[in-house]
Ligand binder design. Structure first.
Ligand SMILES: C[S@@+](CC[C@H](N)C(=O)[O-])C[C@H]1O[C@@H](n2cnc3c(N)ncnc32)[C@H](O)[C@@H]1O
Length: 446
């Protein structure tokens, strides 16, 4: 059907899980409209037609919500990073909490009526990490930014109100220097060009800044001059790393690295514990909310001096090492070897002698000892099946499950609840203005 210029009148009745307006037209057809808020009405242009629904774009807002606010950023609707910049923050929190509760009740079969969500006092400029691709736009101009939803087209960003302010300064300087030193961005279709991605990470407490340039090969023309000029123009940078990724892959980082400037890692402090973070290691993106998250996890764990704890999916050991002083022994494991190196060094620099970290995959990890409390903090895909079975057979007294994906958390809880009582579930808004949310759940052996 020709949908060119088709305009329909819609009412927004709900949000989708990822924060788009779920709308109905007069003839009750479902239309997803990014940026439309619940109870708003609008004239909408149909962009795509699918069998059961359409995707539309607001042409004219005809009934405005009292909770609508002006987005702070010009690319709030185009870059695809934020879903809720046009919504009052308190309403965003209520909405995200309700969606998460609904998911847990529906998938895990729980019966949560209400619980707490811990929001931020200032929900902007919180992200300590950015990773952006470099490329060319249709006019062959050099750009960097975020990938447009479900595509590899880059939406250029000149500002970002959820990122640390230093990120945008460094990225625009890299772009200027690429022109001066004739560094071509990588073209993934033709597999030519040099610079693929840039990653920047800031220690919110230490103020140290790590920049990782991901390049296709190590023949980076003028790399030393480039490095000298970049670190001169951006004095905030404390270390600059060249990461070589020659593969045809969506995985951002390659194996090989070369330190161009500084010590090759940054440090930061979380809950009075110092952490060394290297470029391939995971580190939570919202420092202040991470402290809220861990404090809540420890409160729910109620650790005792003689507890032996497992820090599963440990990253650089942040959960285990911040709790090591309150228990007898910590064992941790993680699949990324650089993160485990960091975790071992982090134990040393904090003079923690009761923590032991292993480079292991969750599917291969066998418990040698009996754990009183197990902290699990897996990636979005949730717990590995084999690991759930190990937990069910070893029966630790308590499990504290930290999750960044309420869908996979619900799937795992449905299994775990056969042997565990779910004592408490709370949410921490680690990612304000986006539809993502972090959940902490405490389980006690039945
Ligand atoms: C959400 S992060 C949590 C890290 C850490 N707990 C923190 O808060 O900083 C998940 C971690 O699980 C690791 N991971 C992913 N799959 C794994 C697996 N199969 N076995 C062990 N670790 C894995 C990732 O490398 C990542 O460091």
């Amino acid at each position: 059907m020709n949908i060119n210029n088709e305009i329909v009148s819609v009412k927004c009745v709900d949000f989708t899980f990822d924060g788009q307006g779920l709308c109905k037209s007069k003839n009750n057809r479902t239309i997803f409209v990014p940026g439309l808020l619940i109870n708003e009405e609008a004239m909408v242009e149909i962009l795509y037609r699918k069998k059961d629904y359409d995707i539309g774009k607001i042409k004219e807002l005809t009934l405005k919500s009292n909770y609508r606010i002006n987005p702070r950023c010009k690319c709030a609707t185009s870059c695809g990073g934020c879903s809720f910049q046009n919504l009052d923050y308190q309403q965003e929190l209520i909405y995200k909490k309700n969606v998460a509760i609904k998911t847990l009740n529906n998938i895990a079969g729980l019966n949560i009526i209400d619980t707490k969500i811990h929001g931020m006092a200032d929900p902007y400029y919180y992200r300590n990490k950015i990773q952006v691709p470099f490329g060319k736009d249709k006019q062959r101009r050099l750009v960097y930014g975020f990938y447009k939803f479900k595509s590899h087209d880059i939406v250029p960003i000149n500002e970002c109100v959820i990122q640390d302010k230093v990120h945008v300064k460094i990225l625009s300087t890299i772009k200027e220097l690429m022109k001066i030193y004739q560094i071509e961005p990588y073209n993934e279709d033709k597999r030519i060009g040099t610079l693929r991605h840039c990653l920047i990470r800031v220690g919110k407490v230490s103020k140290e800044v790590m920049v990782t340039l991901v390049v296709t090969n190590n023949k980076f023309k003028n790399k030393n001059k480039f490095s000298k000029e970049l670190t001169k123009r951006c004095e905030e940078i404390t270390t600059l790393i060249l990461n070589i990724n020659d593969r045809k892959t969506n995985v951002i980082l390659g194996e090989k690295e070369e330190i161009l400037f500084g010590k090759g890692y940054i440090e930061d402090t979380l809950l009075n514990t110092r952490f060394r973070i290297s470029s391939k290691s995971f580190y939570q993106v919202n420092h202040n909310q991470c402290e809220v998250l861990y404090s809540l996890a420890f409160q729910l764990a109620n650790l005792k001096k003689d507890d032996v704890i497992l820090d599963a999916y440990s990253g650089i050991g942040t959960i285990g090492l911040t709790s090591a002083r309150f228990c007898k022994k910590v064992v941790g494991f993680e699949v990324v070897s650089d993160a485990i190196k960091d975790a071992k060094l982090n134990a040393k620099i904090n003079d923690i002698r009761n923590a032991y970290y292993y480079n292991k995959d969750a599917n291969d990890f066998e418990f040698k000892e009996k754990f009183d409390v197990v902290f699990v903090d897996p990636p979005r895909k949730g717990l590995d099946e084999k690991f759930i079975n190990i937990l069910l057979s070893q029966k630790p007294k308590k499990i504290i499950y930290i999750s960044c994906d309420v869908g996979t958390l619900s799937r795992d809880l449905k299994i775990l609840k056969c042997s565990y009582n779910i004592k408490d579930i709370q949410f921490v808004d680690m990612f304000p203005r986006t539809y993502h949310i972090e959940t902490v759940c405490s389980l006690e052996l039945i």
